[in-house]
Design a protein around this ligand. Structure first.
Ligand code: NAD
Length: 330
Protein backbone atom coordinates (compact mmCIF):
# COMPACT_ATOMS: atom_id res chain seq x y z
CA UNK A 1 0.00 0.00 0.00
CA UNK A 2 1.19 3.55 -0.67
CA UNK A 3 1.61 6.32 1.90
CA UNK A 4 -0.09 9.62 1.08
CA UNK A 5 -2.72 8.12 -1.20
CA UNK A 6 -6.31 7.32 -0.37
CA UNK A 7 -6.91 3.57 -0.36
CA UNK A 8 -10.10 2.38 -1.96
CA UNK A 9 -11.59 -1.01 -2.65
CA UNK A 10 -13.67 -1.93 -5.69
CA UNK A 11 -15.63 -5.11 -5.00
CA UNK A 12 -16.74 -6.62 -8.30
CA UNK A 13 -13.64 -5.25 -10.07
CA UNK A 14 -13.63 -8.22 -12.44
CA UNK A 15 -17.08 -7.22 -13.69
CA UNK A 16 -18.40 -4.69 -16.14
CA UNK A 17 -19.01 -1.50 -14.11
CA UNK A 18 -16.39 -2.40 -11.47
CA UNK A 19 -13.76 -2.83 -14.19
CA UNK A 20 -14.47 0.64 -15.55
CA UNK A 21 -14.58 2.08 -12.03
CA UNK A 22 -11.06 0.81 -11.25
CA UNK A 23 -9.78 2.68 -14.32
CA UNK A 24 -11.60 5.84 -13.35
CA UNK A 25 -10.32 5.78 -9.74
CA UNK A 26 -6.75 5.09 -10.89
CA UNK A 27 -6.97 8.08 -13.25
CA UNK A 28 -8.01 10.20 -10.26
CA UNK A 29 -4.90 9.15 -8.30
CA UNK A 30 -6.33 6.66 -5.82
CA UNK A 31 -4.57 3.52 -4.63
CA UNK A 32 -7.03 0.84 -5.74
CA UNK A 33 -7.54 -2.73 -4.60
CA UNK A 34 -9.84 -4.74 -6.84
CA UNK A 35 -11.53 -7.92 -5.65
CA UNK A 36 -13.63 -10.40 -7.54
CA UNK A 37 -14.27 -14.10 -7.81
CA UNK A 38 -12.69 -13.92 -11.27
CA UNK A 39 -10.24 -11.82 -13.24
CA UNK A 40 -11.65 -9.28 -15.68
CA UNK A 41 -12.42 -11.06 -18.94
CA UNK A 42 -11.88 -8.24 -21.41
CA UNK A 43 -9.05 -6.05 -20.14
CA UNK A 44 -6.04 -6.12 -17.85
CA UNK A 45 -7.03 -4.43 -14.58
CA UNK A 46 -4.88 -1.40 -13.69
CA UNK A 47 -5.66 -1.96 -9.97
CA UNK A 48 -2.64 -1.65 -7.66
CA UNK A 49 -3.64 -4.97 -6.14
CA UNK A 50 -6.19 -7.49 -7.44
CA UNK A 51 -7.40 -10.26 -5.15
CA UNK A 52 -9.32 -13.18 -6.59
CA UNK A 53 -11.66 -14.87 -4.12
CA UNK A 54 -15.21 -15.34 -2.94
CA UNK A 55 -16.62 -12.44 -0.91
CA UNK A 56 -19.12 -14.87 0.64
CA UNK A 57 -16.09 -16.32 2.44
CA UNK A 58 -15.70 -14.31 5.68
CA UNK A 59 -11.90 -14.71 5.76
CA UNK A 60 -11.51 -13.41 2.18
CA UNK A 61 -13.94 -10.53 2.87
CA UNK A 62 -11.92 -9.62 6.00
CA UNK A 63 -8.66 -9.53 4.01
CA UNK A 64 -10.28 -7.49 1.24
CA UNK A 65 -11.14 -4.51 3.45
CA UNK A 66 -7.86 -4.34 5.41
CA UNK A 67 -6.37 -0.81 5.28
CA UNK A 68 -9.23 0.54 3.14
CA UNK A 69 -10.92 3.92 3.60
CA UNK A 70 -13.67 3.81 0.95
CA UNK A 71 -15.45 0.72 -0.36
CA UNK A 72 -17.28 0.65 -3.68
CA UNK A 73 -19.48 -2.44 -3.40
CA UNK A 74 -20.52 -3.64 -6.87
CA UNK A 75 -20.11 -7.40 -6.46
CA UNK A 76 -23.40 -9.23 -7.00
CA UNK A 77 -24.77 -12.36 -8.54
CA UNK A 78 -26.58 -10.83 -11.48
CA UNK A 79 -27.31 -10.89 -15.18
CA UNK A 80 -29.87 -9.76 -17.73
CA UNK A 81 -33.52 -10.86 -17.93
CA UNK A 82 -32.45 -14.35 -19.06
CA UNK A 83 -30.68 -14.77 -15.72
CA UNK A 84 -32.76 -12.96 -13.11
CA UNK A 85 -36.34 -13.34 -14.35
CA UNK A 86 -36.50 -17.08 -15.04
CA UNK A 87 -36.63 -18.07 -11.36
CA UNK A 88 -33.88 -20.65 -11.83
CA UNK A 89 -31.24 -18.60 -10.02
CA UNK A 90 -33.35 -17.03 -7.26
CA UNK A 91 -31.79 -18.83 -4.29
CA UNK A 92 -28.23 -18.24 -5.51
CA UNK A 93 -28.90 -14.58 -6.29
CA UNK A 94 -30.39 -13.88 -2.87
CA UNK A 95 -27.91 -15.94 -0.86
CA UNK A 96 -24.76 -14.80 -2.66
CA UNK A 97 -25.54 -11.11 -2.94
CA UNK A 98 -26.93 -10.75 0.60
CA UNK A 99 -23.93 -12.62 2.05
CA UNK A 100 -21.49 -10.40 0.16
CA UNK A 101 -23.19 -7.27 1.51
CA UNK A 102 -23.34 -8.60 5.07
CA UNK A 103 -19.65 -9.51 4.94
CA UNK A 104 -18.53 -6.22 3.40
CA UNK A 105 -20.37 -4.17 5.99
CA UNK A 106 -19.42 -6.20 9.03
CA UNK A 107 -15.74 -6.67 8.22
CA UNK A 108 -15.55 -3.19 6.74
CA UNK A 109 -16.78 -1.44 9.84
CA UNK A 110 -14.51 -3.57 12.04
CA UNK A 111 -11.55 -2.58 9.84
CA UNK A 112 -12.44 1.12 10.10
CA UNK A 113 -13.81 1.72 6.59
CA UNK A 114 -15.09 5.29 6.42
CA UNK A 115 -17.53 5.21 3.50
CA UNK A 116 -19.44 2.59 1.54
CA UNK A 117 -20.88 3.05 -1.93
CA UNK A 118 -23.61 0.53 -2.66
CA UNK A 119 -24.92 -0.22 -6.15
CA UNK A 120 -28.63 -0.87 -5.89
CA UNK A 121 -30.92 -1.17 -8.88
CA UNK A 122 -34.03 0.13 -10.61
CA UNK A 123 -35.29 -3.45 -10.10
CA UNK A 124 -36.35 -2.46 -6.57
CA UNK A 125 -39.25 -0.35 -7.90
CA UNK A 126 -42.74 -1.80 -7.50
CA UNK A 127 -44.18 -3.63 -10.46
CA UNK A 128 -47.56 -1.88 -9.96
CA UNK A 129 -46.02 1.47 -11.03
CA UNK A 130 -44.47 0.02 -14.19
CA UNK A 131 -47.46 -1.51 -16.01
CA UNK A 132 -47.94 1.34 -18.49
CA UNK A 133 -45.02 1.40 -20.95
CA UNK A 134 -45.57 5.10 -21.70
CA UNK A 135 -45.78 6.25 -18.13
CA UNK A 136 -43.66 4.29 -15.65
CA UNK A 137 -43.05 5.78 -12.23
CA UNK A 138 -39.56 5.37 -10.75
CA UNK A 139 -39.09 8.33 -8.45
CA UNK A 140 -37.05 7.37 -5.40
CA UNK A 141 -39.83 7.73 -2.84
CA UNK A 142 -42.12 5.42 -4.86
CA UNK A 143 -40.12 2.36 -3.76
CA UNK A 144 -42.64 1.68 -0.98
CA UNK A 145 -45.02 -0.11 -0.48
CA UNK A 146 -42.44 -2.50 -1.89
CA UNK A 147 -43.31 -4.92 -4.69
CA UNK A 148 -40.25 -5.64 -6.87
CA UNK A 149 -40.91 -8.13 -9.67
CA UNK A 150 -37.82 -10.27 -8.99
CA UNK A 151 -35.91 -11.77 -6.07
CA UNK A 152 -32.91 -9.83 -7.38
CA UNK A 153 -34.88 -6.64 -6.67
CA UNK A 154 -35.91 -7.82 -3.21
CA UNK A 155 -32.30 -8.55 -2.28
CA UNK A 156 -31.27 -5.08 -3.45
CA UNK A 157 -34.00 -3.51 -1.35
CA UNK A 158 -32.98 -5.56 1.69
CA UNK A 159 -29.35 -4.54 1.20
CA UNK A 160 -30.22 -0.84 0.83
CA UNK A 161 -31.83 -1.15 4.25
CA UNK A 162 -28.84 -3.07 5.56
CA UNK A 163 -26.44 -0.26 4.55
CA UNK A 164 -28.75 2.36 6.06
CA UNK A 165 -28.96 0.34 9.31
CA UNK A 166 -25.18 0.15 9.59
CA UNK A 167 -25.03 3.89 9.05
CA UNK A 168 -27.61 4.50 11.75
CA UNK A 169 -26.17 2.14 14.36
CA UNK A 170 -22.44 2.02 13.62
CA UNK A 171 -21.74 5.50 12.24
CA UNK A 172 -20.26 4.48 8.87
CA UNK A 173 -21.03 6.76 5.92
CA UNK A 174 -23.11 5.30 3.12
CA UNK A 175 -23.98 6.32 -0.45
CA UNK A 176 -26.63 4.37 -2.35
CA UNK A 177 -27.34 4.60 -6.09
CA UNK A 178 -30.08 2.82 -8.00
CA UNK A 179 -28.58 2.05 -11.41
CA UNK A 180 -30.90 1.91 -14.44
CA UNK A 181 -29.62 -0.37 -17.25
CA UNK A 182 -25.98 0.55 -17.58
CA UNK A 183 -24.30 -0.47 -20.83
CA UNK A 184 -21.02 -0.08 -22.67
CA UNK A 185 -17.87 -1.79 -23.80
CA UNK A 186 -16.04 -4.53 -21.87
CA UNK A 187 -19.15 -6.13 -20.37
CA UNK A 188 -20.99 -9.44 -20.85
CA UNK A 189 -22.16 -9.72 -24.45
CA UNK A 190 -22.87 -13.45 -24.72
CA UNK A 191 -23.37 -16.52 -22.52
CA UNK A 192 -26.68 -15.68 -20.81
CA UNK A 193 -25.67 -12.89 -18.40
CA UNK A 194 -25.67 -10.11 -21.02
CA UNK A 195 -28.32 -7.40 -20.90
CA UNK A 196 -30.55 -5.97 -23.64
CA UNK A 197 -28.19 -3.44 -25.36
CA UNK A 198 -25.30 -5.93 -25.51
CA UNK A 199 -27.58 -8.77 -26.62
CA UNK A 200 -29.07 -6.55 -29.32
CA UNK A 201 -25.64 -5.50 -30.60
CA UNK A 202 -24.53 -9.15 -30.70
CA UNK A 203 -27.65 -10.32 -32.55
CA UNK A 204 -27.31 -7.57 -35.14
CA UNK A 205 -23.58 -8.17 -35.56
CA UNK A 206 -24.15 -11.93 -36.02
CA UNK A 207 -27.06 -11.62 -38.46
CA UNK A 208 -26.30 -12.00 -42.18
CA UNK A 209 -27.37 -9.09 -44.41
CA UNK A 210 -31.16 -9.19 -44.89
CA UNK A 211 -31.47 -11.72 -42.07
CA UNK A 212 -33.55 -11.74 -38.93
CA UNK A 213 -33.13 -11.12 -35.21
CA UNK A 214 -35.24 -12.39 -32.34
CA UNK A 215 -36.67 -10.17 -29.63
CA UNK A 216 -38.33 -11.38 -26.44
CA UNK A 217 -41.97 -10.24 -26.18
CA UNK A 218 -43.69 -7.74 -28.48
CA UNK A 219 -40.81 -5.24 -28.21
CA UNK A 220 -43.17 -2.52 -27.00
CA UNK A 221 -41.80 -2.67 -23.46
CA UNK A 222 -39.88 0.52 -22.63
CA UNK A 223 -36.53 1.11 -20.93
CA UNK A 224 -33.78 3.71 -20.70
CA UNK A 225 -30.07 2.93 -20.95
CA UNK A 226 -27.09 4.81 -19.54
CA UNK A 227 -23.57 4.63 -20.90
CA UNK A 228 -21.07 3.41 -18.30
CA UNK A 229 -18.86 6.55 -18.32
CA UNK A 230 -21.79 8.71 -17.30
CA UNK A 231 -22.80 6.17 -14.66
CA UNK A 232 -19.34 6.51 -13.10
CA UNK A 233 -19.54 10.29 -13.20
CA UNK A 234 -22.73 9.96 -11.16
CA UNK A 235 -21.11 7.49 -8.76
CA UNK A 236 -18.13 9.76 -8.10
CA UNK A 237 -20.31 12.84 -7.68
CA UNK A 238 -22.56 10.98 -5.24
CA UNK A 239 -19.58 9.64 -3.29
CA UNK A 240 -18.12 13.15 -2.89
CA UNK A 241 -21.47 14.73 -2.02
CA UNK A 242 -23.02 14.76 1.43
CA UNK A 243 -26.15 13.01 0.16
CA UNK A 244 -26.73 9.41 1.25
CA UNK A 245 -29.40 8.51 -1.30
CA UNK A 246 -30.86 6.26 -2.52
CA UNK A 247 -30.73 8.16 -5.79
CA UNK A 248 -31.39 7.01 -9.36
CA UNK A 249 -28.42 6.94 -11.71
CA UNK A 250 -29.91 6.46 -15.13
CA UNK A 251 -30.97 8.10 -18.35
CA UNK A 252 -34.37 9.69 -19.00
CA UNK A 253 -34.20 8.90 -22.74
CA UNK A 254 -36.86 6.19 -22.82
CA UNK A 255 -37.15 3.90 -25.85
CA UNK A 256 -39.08 0.75 -26.71
CA UNK A 257 -37.04 -2.40 -27.24
CA UNK A 258 -38.12 -2.28 -30.90
CA UNK A 259 -36.67 1.25 -31.16
CA UNK A 260 -33.47 0.03 -29.52
CA UNK A 261 -33.24 -2.70 -32.17
CA UNK A 262 -33.86 -0.18 -34.99
CA UNK A 263 -31.16 2.09 -33.61
CA UNK A 264 -28.59 -0.69 -33.48
CA UNK A 265 -29.49 -1.81 -37.02
CA UNK A 266 -29.07 1.73 -38.31
CA UNK A 267 -25.68 2.02 -36.59
CA UNK A 268 -24.64 -1.30 -38.14
CA UNK A 269 -26.12 -0.22 -41.46
CA UNK A 270 -28.03 -3.50 -41.67
CA UNK A 271 -31.69 -3.94 -42.52
CA UNK A 272 -32.96 -6.96 -40.63
CA UNK A 273 -36.42 -8.20 -39.82
CA UNK A 274 -37.52 -8.68 -36.24
CA UNK A 275 -39.17 -11.86 -34.99
CA UNK A 276 -40.96 -11.60 -31.65
CA UNK A 277 -40.68 -14.71 -29.53
CA UNK A 278 -41.73 -15.57 -25.96
CA UNK A 279 -39.08 -14.94 -23.31
CA UNK A 280 -38.46 -13.49 -19.85
CA UNK A 281 -39.43 -9.82 -19.90
CA UNK A 282 -39.47 -7.95 -16.60
CA UNK A 283 -41.72 -4.94 -16.14
CA UNK A 284 -43.71 -3.39 -19.02
CA UNK A 285 -42.18 0.08 -18.73
CA UNK A 286 -39.25 1.65 -16.91
CA UNK A 287 -37.48 4.97 -17.09
CA UNK A 288 -35.13 6.82 -14.78
CA UNK A 289 -36.49 9.83 -12.92
CA UNK A 290 -33.56 12.22 -12.44
CA UNK A 291 -35.27 14.97 -10.47
CA UNK A 292 -33.60 14.06 -7.19
CA UNK A 293 -30.23 13.61 -8.90
CA UNK A 294 -30.45 17.10 -10.41
CA UNK A 295 -31.44 18.53 -7.06
CA UNK A 296 -28.82 16.76 -4.90
CA UNK A 297 -25.87 16.37 -7.28
CA UNK A 298 -26.49 19.40 -9.51
CA UNK A 299 -25.81 17.17 -12.49
CA UNK A 300 -27.44 14.68 -14.83
CA UNK A 301 -26.29 12.55 -17.75
CA UNK A 302 -26.62 14.16 -21.17
CA UNK A 303 -25.12 11.81 -23.75
CA UNK A 304 -27.66 10.58 -26.32
CA UNK A 305 -28.30 6.82 -26.29
CA UNK A 306 -27.21 6.54 -29.92
CA UNK A 307 -23.69 7.76 -29.12
CA UNK A 308 -23.09 5.14 -26.44
CA UNK A 309 -24.58 2.47 -28.68
CA UNK A 310 -22.21 3.36 -31.52
CA UNK A 311 -19.20 2.76 -29.26
CA UNK A 312 -20.71 -0.42 -27.83
CA UNK A 313 -21.72 -1.85 -31.20
CA UNK A 314 -18.22 -1.37 -32.55
CA UNK A 315 -16.72 -3.22 -29.60
CA UNK A 316 -19.24 -6.10 -29.68
CA UNK A 317 -18.99 -6.49 -33.47
CA UNK A 318 -15.22 -6.88 -33.00
CA UNK A 319 -15.80 -9.53 -30.29
CA UNK A 320 -18.21 -11.41 -32.58
CA UNK A 321 -15.68 -11.33 -35.41
CA UNK A 322 -12.92 -12.54 -33.08
CA UNK A 323 -15.00 -15.48 -31.89
CA UNK A 324 -16.54 -16.47 -35.22
CA UNK A 325 -15.65 -19.99 -36.43
CA UNK A 326 -14.10 -18.63 -39.65
CA UNK A 327 -11.75 -16.44 -37.66
CA UNK A 328 -10.68 -19.29 -35.36
CA UNK A 329 -9.69 -21.40 -38.40
CA UNK A 330 -7.33 -18.73 -39.65
P1 NAD B 1 -21.15 -7.82 -13.36
O1 NAD B 1 -21.84 -9.14 -13.21
O2 NAD B 1 -20.36 -7.55 -14.57
O3 NAD B 1 -20.25 -7.53 -12.08
C1 NAD B 1 -20.48 -8.10 -10.83
C2 NAD B 1 -19.21 -8.77 -10.40
O4 NAD B 1 -19.40 -9.33 -9.09
C3 NAD B 1 -18.78 -9.92 -11.32
O5 NAD B 1 -17.51 -9.68 -11.87
C4 NAD B 1 -18.79 -11.13 -10.41
O6 NAD B 1 -17.76 -12.07 -10.71
C5 NAD B 1 -18.61 -10.50 -9.04
N1 NAD B 1 -19.06 -11.42 -8.00
C6 NAD B 1 -20.23 -12.10 -7.95
N2 NAD B 1 -20.25 -12.89 -6.88
C7 NAD B 1 -19.07 -12.70 -6.23
C8 NAD B 1 -18.51 -13.25 -5.05
N3 NAD B 1 -19.18 -14.15 -4.32
N4 NAD B 1 -17.28 -12.83 -4.66
C9 NAD B 1 -16.60 -11.92 -5.40
N5 NAD B 1 -17.09 -11.37 -6.53
C10 NAD B 1 -18.31 -11.77 -6.93
O7 NAD B 1 -22.31 -6.70 -13.19
P2 NAD B 1 -22.29 -5.14 -13.43
O8 NAD B 1 -23.22 -4.87 -14.54
O9 NAD B 1 -20.90 -4.63 -13.48
O10 NAD B 1 -23.00 -4.63 -12.10
C11 NAD B 1 -22.30 -4.12 -10.98
C12 NAD B 1 -23.28 -3.81 -9.87
O11 NAD B 1 -24.26 -2.87 -10.30
C13 NAD B 1 -24.06 -5.03 -9.37
O12 NAD B 1 -24.23 -4.95 -8.00
C14 NAD B 1 -25.40 -4.90 -10.06
O13 NAD B 1 -26.41 -5.54 -9.35
C15 NAD B 1 -25.56 -3.38 -10.08
N6 NAD B 1 -26.45 -2.96 -11.16
C16 NAD B 1 -26.05 -3.06 -12.46
C17 NAD B 1 -26.91 -2.64 -13.46
C18 NAD B 1 -26.51 -2.72 -14.92
O14 NAD B 1 -27.29 -2.30 -15.75
N7 NAD B 1 -25.34 -3.24 -15.27
C19 NAD B 1 -28.17 -2.14 -13.16
C20 NAD B 1 -28.55 -2.07 -11.82
C21 NAD B 1 -27.68 -2.46 -10.83
Amino acid sequence: MEQGKQHVLVAGAGGFIGGHLVKRLKSEGYWVRGVDIKQHEYSQSPADEFLVGDLCDPEFARRSVEGIEDVYQLAADMGGAGYIFTGDHDAAVMRNSATINLNMLEFGRLAGVRRFFYSSSACIYPEYNQMDPDNPKCSEESAYPAAPDSEYGWEKLFSERLYLSFMRNYGVQVRIARFHNIFGIEGSWTGGKEKAPAAMCRKVAEAPPGGEIEIWGDGKQTRSFLYVDECLEGVRRLMESDFTGPVNIGSEEMVTINQLAEMVMSIANKELSIRHIPGPLGVRGRNSDNKLMREKLGWEPSRPLRQGLETTYKWIAAQVAKHSPVESLV
